[in-house]
Design a protein around this ligand. Sequence first.
Ligand SMILES: C[S@@+](CC[C@H](N)C(=O)[O-])C[C@H]1O[C@@H](n2cnc3c(N)ncnc32)[C@H](O)[C@@H]1O
Length: 153
Amino acid sequence: MHSIFPLREKWAEKEEKLRKKVKQVLKCDVRKPNPLAPVTLPAADCLLSTLCLEAACKDLGTFRAALKNISSLVKPGGHLVMVTVLKETYYVVDQHSFSCLYLDQESVEEAIKDAGFDIKFIKEIQEHSPNTFSDFGALLHVVARKRGPKPAQ
Ligand SMILES: C[S@@+](CC[C@H](N)C(=O)[O-])C[C@H]1O[C@@H](n2cnc3c(N)ncnc32)[C@H](O)[C@@H]1O
């Protein structure tokens, strides 16, 4: 018999598969020059950041510095895959309200480039559905490649 929630089952399978691949969970503070300190890892092929920097940074200067900090975790030729919210001032989780850095696309693009990346894909998706958990205006999806020669294999 087929489930009436085929997508939900597919996601559960993907989640299970991904969980099995996780080798380590580390504490991270993107405001530190080495966000994983005191742990040091070899530079990564790809770094995924979703809905994080705008929650972690109180102002644009801190946001720009945080991008440079996480850039240090990626090898030259490696990729940053980032999803960020634009035009948001707060979000709510379990009735707790958190402040969020109000960003526009131009500031995010500049910060990514200044952190040593070339932007390969960028798409802003406008969202204006009224809700009670956040006042965000749009989602920004970015794929960027770190500048510099690829290290020899
Ligand atoms: C809106 S939640 C997003 C959670 C998750 N990344 C996602 O996409 O659903 C913001 C996240 O930023 C994390 N965060 C806040 N300050 C941080 C910091 N200084 N360094 C790293 N992460 C931070 C919080 O712990 C929280 O998990």
